[in-house]
Write a protein that binds this ligand. Structure first.
Ligand SMILES: NC(=O)c1ccc[n+]([C@@H]2O[C@H](COP(=O)([O-])OP(=O)(O)OC[C@H]3O[C@@H](n4cnc5c(N)ncnc54)[C@H](OP(=O)(O)O)[C@@H]3O)[C@@H](O)[C@H]2O)c1
Length: 175
């Protein structure tokens, strides 16, 4: 692997990420954070997440969209048909970002080494899409920034960066 694979996601207190194909709420500060973090990089997403974008491909980034449909070719997108092909197709420098949704977060979670996590301090009752459970014993919180709700952002939220802890290497007593 010659790239760092990161996930970037906004979850609520229960790990929910979406409902009925859309985000749980509109948080302009998180949109800005997403844009600043991913700009200039390759972003990998499922076909359903891509189709939830109101204006199609996100500018300034390589948009890699995973689908099983063989005749899918929207404008401005690198279309691929498997997770492996998605990761092999990334051409922009630095981190490669998995940007959702639930299916793609689940499939890539074992190989993600960084999570750019926004925790929305709210419980959305009618959510139907979730991020994989994060076991904090396996992750180090390297940054954390709390924000109150304000007139544009309806809920308090926290930006966090998590790095996966290196697996302990087995003791090599005998050889
Ligand atoms: N809170 C956040 O940060 C955040 C971020 C992103 C998305 N979301 C939310 O997540 C929800 C969407 O998640 P989702 O799980 O329903 O959809 P998704 O992961 O965005 O897309 C699923 C689609 O990806 C394709 N796919 C998945 N695995 C594949 C594989 N192994 N090989 C080939 N194609 C594959 C399939 O497309 P085809 O059906 O075309 O074959 C599948 O239907 C929405 O509510 C969205 O708003 C939230």
């Amino acid at each position: 692997m010659n790239y760092n694979l990161s996930a970037i996601v906004a979850i609520d207190r229960n790990g929910a990420i979406g409902r009925q194909g859309q985000l749980l709420c509109h948080l302009p500060a998180d949109m800005r954070h997403f844009k600043e973090t991913t700009m200039g990089h390759s972003i990998v997403m499922g076909r359903k997440t891509f189709e939830s974008f109101p204006k199609g491909a996100l500018p300034g980034r390589q948009n890699i969209v995973i689908t099983r449909k063989r005749d899918y070719c929207p404008e401005g997108v690198t279309v691929v048909h498997s997770i492996d092909e998605a990761l092999a197709s990334a051409t922009m420098p630095g981190e490669v970002f998995v940007v959702g949704g639930a299916e793609i977060y689940n499939a890539t979670f074992p190989v993600v080494t960084t999570i750019h996590l926004t925790v929305i301090e709210h419980e959305f009752k009618d959510a139907d899409a979730y991020f994989p459970r994060i076991d904090l014993r396996s992750w180090t919180i390297v940054s954390r920034e709390e924000h109150p709700a304000d007139d544009r952002n309806p809920h308090p939220f926290t930006f966090m960066t998590l790095k996966r802890k290196k697996a302990a290497t087995a003791a090599t007593g005998a050889n």
